[in-house]
Design a protein around this ligand. Structure first.
Ligand code: FCB
Length: 431
């Protein structure tokens, strides 16, 4: 049995576009209208209708006795046109965050969770001139409106995933397939994180704890005695998993990525140096889902010569992602040490429509976390992805990540069995 201290936060995580609906001013609203972009032609137009039903969703969290919730605020709602702040949206978010607090649920707010105002996307999105300053200004607006209610802020969600999906694989807006653009996006997002971090700290000082939600996977060589597999796994880890996090922890990036960044004209981040990112975090956020077992593949230069596979017979989610709880333990230990700041698991969850695996998934991942805690690793909280089923980006509505099942025809929410298991762990503070 592992135990969690009374200060440890058990919560859920969501993001605006994936649940809210009713926002026609974002890049994803437009992207999903293009044929072939999202599976099944699904669109985030209504999603879980949480923009209207948020009070009920706070009640769901309360019904589980959870003490924390990570949410994002939709930039496209708050600033639907350049420089035009939509007060009513901020007021709504204030009501939501206030209601969480009243229910004894600690909020954590993400500023940028993959989506942008359409006007900013048209100007080049994260590669647009002045993107960093735009995000910093949005941070100032958000913190002025909500800072007294919220002490934990995430500047950017999964910058590495965004750079890869949007600029390398072309699966998310703007649908680009350009390795150089993906590297530039990495640098631009890093510059923007630093600007937003400083904006929040200038406004709130120590009253705001600020970090990034890093998407981290575990990369392991398929054949541990193969030099090539080891090199491939290491390269994948450095370029995809660790570049952004290393920049913030140590002020440097993996060599080739940093080299591109230094060529200002290519990186486009005027005057920004990776070294400036060092220490721009008060906590280290980890979004953990799965691992990659990597085999060297000479025919895959575009994928860093990596063939990433799931070991035969390994348990997988509905999306085919390997379920590998030990990876969470490895990551929290390693990044607690490398970052020197407290760690939060800002996301962890499973697509499991039948709910046959989620309970064990929760038990096994939280057991890993509890073991790390017992060794003295400073982990402060766990946010399960997700509270309800939701719009899973290019995968549409098919993957079911919710502790609560959503019937999209009626918008009814129904607790899955695993929700009660999670509530029991949170109540007992033990697993
Ligand atoms: C993460 C994203 C989140 C959700 C989960 C399943 O990569 O941060 O928005 O899509 O995956």
């Amino acid at each position: 049995m592992v135990r969690f201290p009374s200060s440890f936060l058990f919560g859920t995580a969501t993001s605006a576009t994936q649940i809210e609906g009713g926002c026609a001013t974002s890049d994803w609203f437009e992207f999903a209208r293009q044929p072939g972009r999202v599976k099944g032609g699904d669109r985030p137009d209504v999603a879980c209708d949480a923009w209207q039903r948020w009070e009920g969703d706070v009640a769901l969290q309360r019904s589980l006795g959870l003490g924390a919730h990570r949410m994002s605020i939709e930039w496209a709602r708050v600033e639907p046109r350049p420089g035009e702040i939509h007060r009513a949206s901020l007021d709504r978010y204030r009501e939501m965050v206030g209601a969480l607090r009243d229910a004894g649920i600690e909020p954590m707010i993400t500023l940028h969770h993959f989506t942008l105002p359409a006007w900013l996307a048209e100007r080049g999105g994260v590669l647009a001139d002045g993107f960093a300053e735009r995000l910093a200004e949005f941070a100032r607006v958000a913190v002025a409106a909500l800072g007294d209610l919220c002490g934990r802020w995430v500047t950017i969600n999964e910058p590495n995933v965004l750079a890869a999906q949007a600029y390398l694989l072309g699966e998310w807006p703007p649908g680009a397939k350009n390795a150089l653009a993906a590297v530039r996006a990495h640098h631009r997002l890093l510059e923007a994180h630093v600007a937003a971090y400083r904006a929040i700290k200038d406004a709130r000082g120590d009253a705001a704890q600020v970090g990034v939600a890093h998407h981290l996977r575990v990369a392991q060589p398929d054949r541990p005695d193969s030099l090539l597999d080891r090199a491939a796994a290491r390269t994948f880890a450095r370029v995809f998993n660790e570049a952004f996090a290393t920049a913030i922890c140590e002020g440097r990036m993996y060599g080739p990525l940093e080299a591109v960044g230094k060529v200002g004209a290519l990186a486009g981040a005027r005057g920004f140096r990776v070294a400036e990112a060092r220490g721009t975090q008060d906590f280290f956020g980890i979004n953990y889902y799965s691992r990659d077992v990597v085999r060297f593949a000479a025919d895959r230069p575009g994928e860093l010569f990596c063939w990433r596979r799931v070991p035969a017979g390994a348990p997988v989610s509905d999306l085919g992602w390997e379920i590998y709880p030990a990876g969470l333990g490895l990551l929290v230990r390693s990044w607690a040490r490398r970052s020197g700041v407290p760690v939060y698991v800002t996301e962890n969850g499973i697509a499991d429509a039948a709910d046959g695996k989620r309970a064990a998934f929760l038990v096994d991942h939280l057991t890993e976390l509890g073991r790390a805690l017992a060794e003295g690793v400073d982990v402060r909280g766990y946010f399960h992805w997700s509270l309800t089923d939701n719009f899973e980006w290019a995968e549409g509505y098919a993957p079911r990540f919710g502790l609560f099942e959503v019937d999209y025809a009626t918008q009814e929410r129904r607790a899955r069995e695993s929700a009660h298991v999670y509530a029991g762990i949170a109540r007992a503070r033990a697993v």
